[in-house]
Ligand binder design. Sequence first.
Ligand SMILES: Cc1cc2nc3c(=O)[nH]c(=O)nc-3n(C[C@H](O)[C@H](O)[C@H](O)COP(=O)(O)OP(=O)(O)OC[C@H]3O[C@@H](n4cnc5c(N)ncnc54)[C@H](O)[C@@H]3O)c2cc1C
Length: 335
Amino acid sequence: MRIAIVGGGVAGSYLASLMANKHDIVIYERQSYEKFYTVCAWGTSLPELRKLSSKIGLNFDDYVLFAGKRMIVQLRDEELEIPLKGLCTFDKRRFVMDMHKGKEIIYGEAVRTAPTDKYDLVVDATGFSRSLLPRVGKDYFIPTLEYKVKYRNPPLDDFMVRPLPGLTGYLWYFPLDNGYAHVGAGDYYKQHVEYLNDFMRRHGGEVVMKIGRPVRISPPHLCQPIMQNNLVGVGESIGVVYPALGEGIIPGMHNAQLLASCIEEGRLQEYPSKVLKKFNVYEKVFQFIRKKIKGEFNLLRDFRLVLSAFLHMKLAEDRYGMVIRLKDWLRVVEG
Ligand SMILES: Cc1cc2nc3c(=O)[nH]c(=O)nc-3n(C[C@H](O)[C@H](O)[C@H](O)COP(=O)(O)OP(=O)(O)OC[C@H]3O[C@@H](n4cnc5c(N)ncnc54)[C@H](O)[C@@H]3O)c2cc1C
């Protein structure tokens, strides 16, 4: 097939890598080669990324910047210490650019209309912008701001997250290498800049880069259509982001695997229903987050939602890179 993948982020590039040599693929990427960047905190799970990378001939360990041992969760009046099982940061920019290698890729081209007449299949892998598929009716997203900070004496020696009041967002500190860290915050009600700058005032450090964009938390069932004739979405463009964390790297890669297998098996028509089934739990987790955000959450009434999110993560501790305990989860939910 002749396939255009619009968006050379992690989902589009992984899809292209999985299908390399099997199809005639062109990637269109809005950013230039020189300025290409991946706006993200670069946090992921080492065991899961090892598996996913090996499928495309990359050694994930070459990209790891920092492997954590524990994550501090700063609640209003206590700190939790979560043992880690592979949560790490990695050089996502270099990883994605290495996936670009050997592919036909056109940089600096922002595609506005799907070139469906020129290709057998066009993939909308444009992330939050969802440039080609129809707009999402009721879209939910979290605005974010992130600094790359250089420290002489880092204020923390491992991962830290601080949920914002009402769980409407959180502040994060993700260590990189050589004294650098990604320090950022996101909040549905846009209080994140205040929290982030307060952290910076207290802990100092030299801001060497400021980045940010919204993260979509609307799950796939709210991001329909997922496919329209020979135009199909993958990754954050169709809401494949774990809503409780705003985590989209592994979900986007899993989604790319699903799309690649639907294409290989000639079952593309089944792709939308398979996406909804595979990421079904995101709908429940989103309902929980939405209720928290809107101040409509009640632990007794909504316990089923809280439990779904807990069980989903508990059964996939390696994939999330951390030990998941009900008592921690309940404290975060109530905090
Ligand atoms: C501040 C922040 C921190 C985050 N931290 C983490 C984290 O630590 N771990 C994690 O798992 N997730 C994190 N996420 C979420 C994660 O980064 C995304 O969900 C994930 O990268 C989505 O992958 P994607 O390939 O679908 O989209 P993207 O990574 O956004 O890639 C889309 C690509 O499409 C290109 N593009 C857009 N429009 C067009 C167009 N019209 N034509 C051509 N190209 C176009 C863009 O330039 C981009 O390269 C974070 C998000 C933010 C904003």
